[in-house]
Write a protein that binds this ligand. Sequence first.
Ligand code: LLP
Length: 449
Amino acid sequence: MNAAQYFQRNFMVNDLGHLVIGGCDVVELAKTYGTPLYILDEQLIRANCRQYADTLAELYPDFEVIYASKAFLTKALCGLLHQEGLGLDVVSGGELYTALEAGFPPERIYFHGNNKSHEELTLALRHQVGHIMVDNLMELETLIQLAKETGTRPRVIFRLTPGVEAHTHAYDQTGQLDSKFGMDIQQGTALQAVKIALGCPQLQLEGFHAHIGSQIFEVAPYEATIEILGEFMAMVREKTGFLASTLDLGGGLGIKYNKNEMPMPIPEVMKRIAQKVRATMGALNYPLPRLILEPGRSIIGDAGTTLYTIGTIKEIPGIRKYVAVDGGMADNPRVALYQAVYEAVIANKMNAQLSETVTIAGKCCETGDILIRDLPVAPPEPGDLLAVLATGAYNYSMASNYNRLPRPAVVLVASGRAELIVARETYAQLVQNDLIPERLKIAAGTIAR
Ligand code: LLP
């Protein structure tokens, strides 16, 4: 059985038996750009964006898809997303700065975060960022103060915790009452915040937001959230007369990392969500709000592949064979953090039989730096290229310099053309922020005591 048969994926493979992504032979990409290398398939990113936008355009009168930058953000991606008509969800001054530097229209930026600093909020207000997603009461007070100081009148959306538990990794759950994010509905915090905002001419309250988690495979938790938020909106209308014009359901759609995961197609989920919003609002006799979705992973995740070079191979007879690659937890911390299960292929041996089962080890000095356990592969040799699939989301954005490994380059591929969108970090860049006090400078030729 070869890789395509075993993993049941439609790989593009050329006459040389090499993996091809976006019309580019990845062996050539490795020669040109080195490894580890993040490869992004432009057409797939665009297709994912369109799956959201095209489906919603058919089903719902007023909507906006805003990409969750935390999944992966660079200036080039901002340009691509803008072309596709998406907005941007940012959660830090750094993400905001990246978007502004790329020339992304500030009015289409939404600023999230549970602990935005005064500096970050002021940056957002000064640039007239479209919406501030207010996370908690303390932030609300700060924002009112800063709006007064800067003479601005921000549009705000409140992040709420609906009390819904999605079935996903505990670190990826955010909708439950006991969460560091958002204002609770049950204990009255959300209503209190609404009353404060309505009494304050500095703020334009537009509506409500909930993000229940990430890598979710079911629609039911979204449907439950819509009901809870709908009931909350009706209650607010009754108590204050306020009509929300925006309902933001966050992101969270799961993607396929491995054979055992079977996400629902995006259009299918959008259809059910649109239906549920219509039904809920209809039953409450509430005007249909503008619907916002904030996908990250499902836009960029399956469009990414990480290419590594195989180095050391070590067999412990009767136990296991370790195949080490030139990256690991520094460029993909998701395995160590969330026990994520990835699949990979030897990209220069795509037609070969998967005759061995090996464990892919990273090069960091940690026992836990294992990328994939028990992976069926073609016979591996040093110098082969290993392509780990579906690494587009939360890999580059969560990469570190652990062990002082430089962060890999990112290349965007489409129609046989490859363009570097992030240069490989250099050793010089690794030390560029290091400062040496005079008394610790090492003079040439000196010997330690
Ligand atoms: N909106 C909000 C408010 C969020 O907090 C998130 C993700 C998203 C949207 C996008 O969710 P997505 O569509 O990508 O699932 N590092 C973890 C994922 C953390 C997600 C945090 N919030 C991982 O690698 O699995």
